[in-house]
Ligand binder design. Sequence first.
Ligand code: PHE
Length: 334
Amino acid sequence: MIDIAELKEEFKRDIGLVDSIKRLNEVKHKWTSKTGILKNLSKKITSIPLEKRAEFGKLLNSLRDFVRGEIQEKEKVLKETQEREKIDFSLPGRKIVQGAIHPVTVVIYEIIEIFNSLGYSVAEGPEIEDDFHNFEALNIPPYHPARDAQDTFFVKGDRLLRTHTSPVQIRTMLARKPPIRIICPGKVYRRDNDLRHSPMFHQVEGLVVDKGIAFTHLKGTLLYFLRELFGKGINLRFRPSYFPFTEPSAEVDISCPFCEGSNVCKVCGGANWIEILGAGMVDPRVLRNCAINPDNYSGFAFGLGVDRIAMIKYSIPNIRILFDNDIDVLSQIN
Ligand code: PHE
């Protein structure tokens, strides 16, 4: 007796292994050709006893339908995949957009490199600060008008978004003792929004504390640093200023690297000088707040706006351009 069920299982195994048209043709040949299994079975029908012939015929028909159906289905699937995998070599290639470093990051890296070469290390701190590190320890008590100048985003309780990177000097001085030579790059936040101000911007703060540090060290360091950054030709101008955490304090300008004395320069507005950073000798009170004895140690600090420097270096008229993240615009800057 021929076992049709057993044959069906065999076919299922065969078709299950088919993964190409070539293999499908082999299976077709084995099962449906003139010399194939199905044809052979039909021929054998006369050898089946009469009373079983009808049943055998029925089973054979259903096997034939099954085999044909499965083969058709497989053929369809294989052709579809073949179609999909066809490669059209005449199509133009897909261009991969190459990323680049953001102009602000480029400037931060440049600044870090210059100060690394002078033996400074990078220190970082949290962007959500508390009143103590952002104000109090920096000699800015609650009633101090300097707080108005740094329009603050408050978070909750005494938590706030740091308005400058100066709290990192406090954290550093509390954590370790002199000699200290650090720069602190990072994001800062103020309620400000116009062509030149964005509510989030970037600062780099510098701090040196050691025995015998004097204003001349600050001057020499800034002259070296700014000439590395803007070119050997620039000069510095120190204007007396005020910061609660430095004494004396200065506002530092560079001679405009673009206009060579012209009075129509777009970058400096014809002033020939560009205000670039704030600096000063660390106020003895600030040292004391950080348990450093000002009789033994002194220091200088400076802080600058990175975005402003990027705007000057790359002639960017609107700070928004830096943060809208329009790839076309940013890649032009690069
Ligand atoms: N923290 C000051 C600011 O954001 C900048 C500064 C830093 C000035 C260090 C002097 C010394 O305005």
